[in-house]
Design a protein around this ligand. Sequence first.
Ligand code: GLC
Length: 805
Amino acid sequence: MEIKEDSLKHIRHQGLGDLITYENTANGISGRSTNGYFQATVYTPNIIRIQISQNEFFDTLSYAVICTSQETEFEVSENTEYISLKSKFLQLEIIKKSSRFSFFNDKGQMLNEDCPGLGVSFMGDSKSVYKTMQKGERFIGLGEKTGNLDRKGTGYTNWNTDHFAYSAGADPLYCTIPFYIGLHNQLVYGIFLDNTYQSDFNFGASNDRFSSFTVRGGDLNYYFIHGSSVAEIIISYTHLTGRMQMPPLWGLGYQQCRYSYYPDHEVYKVAQTFREKRIPADAVVLDIHYMDNYKIFSWDSDQFPDPGKMIKDLKDQGFNVVVMCDPGIKIEKSYPAYEEGVAQDLFLKYPDGTYYSGQVWPGWCHFPDFTKPDTRNWWGNKLKDYVQLGVKGYWNDMNEIATWGQKLPELIEFDFEGEGGSTKRGRNVYGLMMCKSTFEGAKRHLDDERPFNLTRAAYSGVQRYAAVWTGDNVSTDEHMLLGVRIVNSLGLSGVAYAGYDIGGFAGEPSIALFARWISIGAFSPFFRGHSMVNSRDSEPWSFGEEVEDISRNYINLRYQLLPYLYSVFYEASISGIPVVRSLAIDYSFDDEIYHLSYQNQYLFGPNILVAPVESYKEMTRVYLPEGHWYNFHSEELHSGQSHVYVDAPLTHLPLFVKAGSVIPMQSVVQSTQEAPEPLLHLHVYGGGDSEFLYYEDDGSSYQYQDGLSYRRSIIFNHQEGTLILTEVEGSWPSKFAKSRFAFMVLLVLILSGYRGKNTSYIEEELVFLPAISNFDPLGKEVVEKKVTVATITIENSDQEITVEF
Ligand code: GLC
């Protein structure tokens, strides 16, 4: 065939080609095929890293991965067809013909394989891997993405983007977390594609033949993770990319935000209203109007003449202040941040050395290059002034980078620790590196106190530095449920601390929508109300008395649950298992949980099942997975793997508690600065066994990392009739002098003396959500739901405590 010269200029697929040669390396093998090079490294017994490049130099710098490969046992063998690399749990076979990679577990079951005929594909600078779609394969994770829990049939792009009022199917959004979990035939695996260039994932969006992922530059560099459960995959992924450190306890409280509260007396008024109305809250958030002309590190001296005093006064009322931090530095002579940035050469540049300028809130700006160590250091030091004023919370925004028009030219130069890179490589990590600079800077100045740090843009590993919120959502029911799914997906993707703007940022929620949203938000790791400039007031009291009561009820409940929630945060900090748990973690192969009607349900910690419902529904159908479940609002017990119809008035969000669990709670406080009553309420839901790691520490310092903490397991054995609090580990004294065990369902047995081994049980009534006031004389009477329990109260001791019932 005659080839026209012109056609040679056009990019077409080229495979990796047949294997030519390979050699053993310290932790794996390295090889050459006709059209490229590869390395396979046994990273841990559960993880094999694959690197594929068109030249023999592989990318080395990663901002996401914090550990190097472990020394671990593996074997290399070869036959005529393939080379095999085998670790304790995972086996990689590289088929010599066309260099295809297949992964098997230790039982020889195939987890994942490159698609015959396609496999690795080079297209100019782009590189892809096509994987055979397995029968019944599902895909979960990929971080902050719209769409369904099971991502099968969908394609996504990672290119951090400021997307105001995004639609419920929009893509890409603000974050890039190129990690997903595949499930098929009772098998699970994870793939983390550590490449910061634009990446694209295709989960069978084109056909049933393959799933694929593509990078638009750099190497194909992915970690293949084996595990026997979804939880194990998350543990391994967060072993690679890190886990959050404990946030300050106040960061788990309610935060009130709007764009923007100003002048200072508005801020005082908001804080004071919370206290007057006895609605707990821990933070007021200052959006861009606190600054002088939106210039970061400055204060508007007319609106906020004495920020130090304001912050102190608020602190005295139990409020912390979170300030907005935008990266754009206004180009303005004698503005110190600008002058310093120029003098110290800290900004992003064009290849000719001139600074890149883009327009954002302050007007024309330069942008700190956070991939440069000097810039990170400078930024961190600039936070000192905030810290000295008493600011403990930082909100990293517009860090995609957002500029009006979004056109960050692709040839902008990023430092990349001196290695160099363009926008193509830098854009997706800009947010991550800003968070690192803010978090580490604040930490440095806060003198061992934990900062609260929040971000909009992110890349894998962000959990080490900041909580993530889902950006500019919209006041609709659809968005409310989408936010729940995104936060669950972030949890599957290593980000345990995440949330959404309650009430919706853009638009205005109806009364009902706000009421429902705040009750669901009480079961989100990060709990904040926020709304757009020039929109109606959106504080919990702004929607009438009934919604005020509903908000108070759910915020109170959130604060009562703090001992449980804080323990769950601790678990996330040591294992990476998220605070909110998609049902795909514990019930991975139950098809029903992926059903569109039930995919929004999740577990808040290990034991509380939340079934979010649209605001206009008075009743809903809930799917209860395996086990037994108590309706939280009554004593009703349901068998799992069943569907139940439940009432869902705005006052009662459907909540269920797993049989066999013990939920530690406390008295209501108005902020986490207030000490709860010294009585730990342990709510015992009979009918199963459980073990829960109970955790306390000072809630504010890093000394917990040196053992200043209080850890004990709560072990419940229904059959044996025992509840054991194991001996305390750590040197922090509990804030609770006594423990009160409230047995929910064993009541009849206990009080009738059938099993009671202790006569000091008392019958009590519990009300978790008091009836809201009956404001409307014609309205329906709201009946308080009471639960009758048998309680026993004992002195706490650090020794093992056994309660027999
Ligand atoms: C961005 C943020 C939003 C904030 C606004 C003003 O749109 O996403 O939360 O209120 O900027 O700073």
